[in-house]
Design a protein around this ligand. Structure first.
Ligand SMILES: Nc1ncnc2c1ncn2[C@@H]1O[C@H](COP(=O)(O)OP(=O)(O)O)[C@@H](O)[C@H]1O
Ligand SMILES: [Mg+2]
Length: 273
């Protein structure tokens, strides 16, 4: 039986000052099915404040849900633990006192490679990510986009099946957004044994890199105490829209983009606290 990553009935609230409670997630259900030997990139798309990072932290084991589970399920169920899933966080935190090369060697060794193997792997990834010329620079000497490349490459130094990216398009100028879209498309098409999951509020970029889109939010007219859940899914692979060149020119792309932008996003509540 193929392995599945399953989020089941995950709810999460935070206690705020003054004894108030903010319910962020309510009964989130999401199954990430294995699609062997074809590229796989799913995006969780939602407005800022809709609970994406909260869900990402639970999905990767960094935080615990109040209720519900995140598990691998291949007939036998096993709960996801910290370290099972690779994650490139929004600000691309790196080892600031190490060079780019060392930033890749360290996790490769932690993943079980010898020094020599780790160095080989790091160099290969640096070539692939156009990072060779920065190999001896420190993170503080890199642009945001370069740091992001190192952060994603770090995740590929270890044999982790799932790689999660938080807001990979955030804070980048338009050229860098296009660069990141192309980079992700290339990676997803090359690393077909990996499953990539992007958490983003950027509708167009998500549509350009993904084969599936899951909208996270809660309808505007819902009780304020309710949290967000997956309100809509688009299967771009089924529709033949995934991984095509210039899909942004296709009428169906425009329709979906407008539907999300005009129908779903305005009607999803942004959490206030
Ligand atoms: N540790 C926390 N304590 C209190 N509130 C939090 C905490 N983490 C997130 N929140 C709140 O939960 C809501 C969702 O946040 P987040 O998951 O970061 O949304 P997104 O990533 O979609 O922008 C926001 O209102 C945020 O302020
Ligand atoms: Mg976020």
């Amino acid at each position: 039986m193929e392995e599945l990553l399953k989020i089941e009935n995950v709810s999460k609230s935070f206690s705020l000052k003054g004894g108030k409670t903010l319910q962020v997630l309510a009964d989130v259900n999401l199954t990430i099915e294995n699609t062997p030997d074809r590229p796989q990139m799913m995006s969780v798309l939602g407005p800022t404040g809709s609970g994406k990072t909260t869900l990402l932290r639970i999905l990767t084991g960094l935080d615990k849900p109040d209720s519900g589970t995140v598990s691998f399920n291949n007939g036998e169920v096993r709960k996801v633990c910290i370290g099972d899933i690779g994650v490139a966080l929004q600000e691309s935190p790196l080892f600031d006192d190490r060079t780019v090369l060392q930033n890749l060697i360290k996790p490769a060794k932690q993943g079980g490679l010898s020094s020599e193997q780790a160095q080989d792997k790091a160099l290969k990834l640096m070539e692939e990510f156009d990072l060779l010329e920065f190999s001896n620079l420190y993170p503080s000497q890199l642009s945001r986009q370069q740091r992001q490349r190192v952060a994603i490459a770090q995740q590929l130094t270890q044999n982790r099946r799932y790689i999660i990216l938080d807001e990979p398009f955030f804070g980048l100028d338009p050229n860098h957004i296009s660069y990141t879209i192309n980079l992700l498309k290339t990676l997803v098409n090359k690393y077909t044994k990996n499953t990539f999951i992007t958490f983003t509020h950027d509708i167009s970029s998500a549509l350009m890199v993904s084969d599936k889109i899951c909208l996270l939010g809660k309808p505007n007219n819902s009780d304020e105490k309710n949290g967000a859940y997956i309100v809509k899914e688009y299967d771009l692979f089924e529709e033949g829209l995934a991984y095509r060149n210039r899909i942004e020119d296709l009428p169906r792309f425009q329709t979906i983009r407008k539907e999300i932008k005009n129908v779903y996003f305005p009607s999803l509540v942004i959490a206030k606290n």
